[in-house]
Design a protein around this ligand. Structure first.
Ligand code: S3P
Length: 424
């Protein structure tokens, strides 16, 4: 389905955006692993997470819903009697393969046509080093068969800064002999570590070094899920760029491994207030106040150390960069080529199509901000974040961009149009 951007209104008031997708996937997996009762409040209601929920149920979790609360009974993982299909979700598939590789049973894991082109070697190699038996298509693509084994701890350096790889190894390590040591020099998102600590697992963290040993999870676990900073990012961008906007985003997760975009916006000259700072379990959260500031912002060179903590926000940062004065340069972001689409390619192609000057690099791009854009077809290849970023851009410029495959938005942020008060 196509969406054509057009007239838009300033955004005001208080908004609670979609719940955190990364934490939602993990909460369900912890519910599956936990022998004690798990209560999950405000799970994200979106396609990616629904897949993980269905798959956890197939693996033996008993899940009961009462309003927006889930009561999960787990601890008895059983062999699935069908293929585990994770749809569009890299997090769901990669973390589950880790979890399954150390359980004594056979599982087949697959996903949609986008997920089946995303690299799985990055998890298959370390898991096989631990002793796992994983048979994928040639070059490590899904579908894959996971034959659960007794695994042994390894040492692993997470050079690419992937939280999915790190988490897959940690979930495998829970049912493993000996200690697993992970060095995470880029400090990728640490939601799995926080949940492991909360649930009493045998984990120790010393700076960028994680040490984890085999342990059953048996605790009374209550997981309250904050709003997703990665979804809030689209509203932050809209409010900054749309005249007369002034919003407060409620209960947004501000885990520092996720909020690199706030530092990027500071470099652009924007002022964002974090109010009522609190915590949801071990996850920090706050209300975010942001208002129109386009005229005070200027593009900048983004330091490479901010890339990992802003990785999912780079498409919307690119949309902001295209709308403000000056040049923005992002490098060291080669991982963007392995997301739901090759995001470097699509950002550069689509910005060029709408008349924004940009240059593509192997690991990033350079964008020259523009006072206006022109109508064009926007190719998204079913990538939700590319679709939402260009809808924001077309809307704040009130220019007709024909954005393709917008069904993808339901994978992470079904309330997107409603929260933005855009016609849909
Ligand atoms: C995620 C980790 C990141 C991120 C993805 C969600 C997670 O991927 O881009 O949207 O929940 O662990 P990588 O681990 O591949 O960098």
């Amino acid at each position: 389905m196509k969406y054509i951007t057009g007239k838009s209104k300033p955004l005001t008031g208080r908004i609670r955006t979609a719940s955190d997708k990364s934490i939602s996937h993990r909460a369900l997996m912890f519910g599956l692993l936990n022998h004690g009762k798990t209560i999950i409040r405000r799970l994200l209601d979106a396609d990616d997470v629904s897949r993980t929920m269905r798959n956890c149920a197939m693996l033996g979790a008993k899940i009961e819903h009462v309003d927006d609360t889930l009561f999960v009974s787990g601890g008895q993982i059983k062999e699935p009697n069908d293929i585990l299909d994770f749809g569009n979700s890299g997090t769901g598939a990669r973390l589950s393969i880790g979890l399954l590789s150390s359980r004594p049973m056979v599982s087949i894991v697959t996903g949609d046509s986008s997920l089946r082109t995303r690299p799985m070697k990055r998890i298959i190699e370390p898991l096989c080093r631990m002793g796992a038996a994983i048979y994928s298509r040639k070059d490590g693509y899904l579908p894959a068969a996971v034959i659960g084994n007794k695994l042994k701890g390894i040492k692993y350096v997470n050079d690419i800064g992937s939280a999915q790889v790190k988490s897959a190894i940690m979930l495998a390590a829970l049912a493993c002999e000996g200690k697993t040591i992970i060095e995470d020099p880029k400090h990728s998102r640490d939601h799995t570590e926080r949940l492991l600590i909360q649930s009493g697992a045998d984990i120790n963290i010393y700076g960028s070094r994680i040490e984890i040993s085999g342990s059953e999870i048996d605790s009374k676990l209550e997981i309250m899920i904050p709003a997703d900073f990665s979804s809030a990012a689209f509203l932050i961008a809209y409010a900054l760029l749309k005249k007369d906007s002034d919003i407060i985003l409620k209960d947004v997760g501000i885990n520092p491994t996720r909020t690199g975009m706030l530092n990027v916006l500071k470099l652009f000259g924007a002022k964002i207030d974090l109010m009522k700072q609190t915590s949801f379990g071990l996850e920090p959260a706050a209300d975010i106040h942001v208002a129109y500031q386009k005229k005070e912002m200027r593009g900048a060179a983004i330091p490479q150390e901010l890339v990992v903590s802003a990785i999912d926000e780079i498409p919307i940062i690119a949309a902001i960069a295209a709308s403000i004065e000056g040049k923005t340069v992002i490098k060291g972001a080669g991982e963007l080529r392995y997301k739901e689409s090759d995001r470097i390619d699509l950002i550069v192609k689509n910005l060029t199509a709408i008349g924004v000057k940009c240059t593509e690099y192997a690991d990033g791009f350079e964008i020259e901000g523009s006072e206006k854009i022109k109508s064009a077809d926007i190719i998204t290849k079913f990538d939700h974040r590319i679709a939402m970023s260009f809808i924001i851009l077309g809307s704040v410029f009130e220019t007709a961009l024909k954005v393709s495959d917008i069904e993808s938005i339901k994978t992470s942020y079904p309330g997107f149009f409603k929260n933005l008060m855009l016609p849909y």
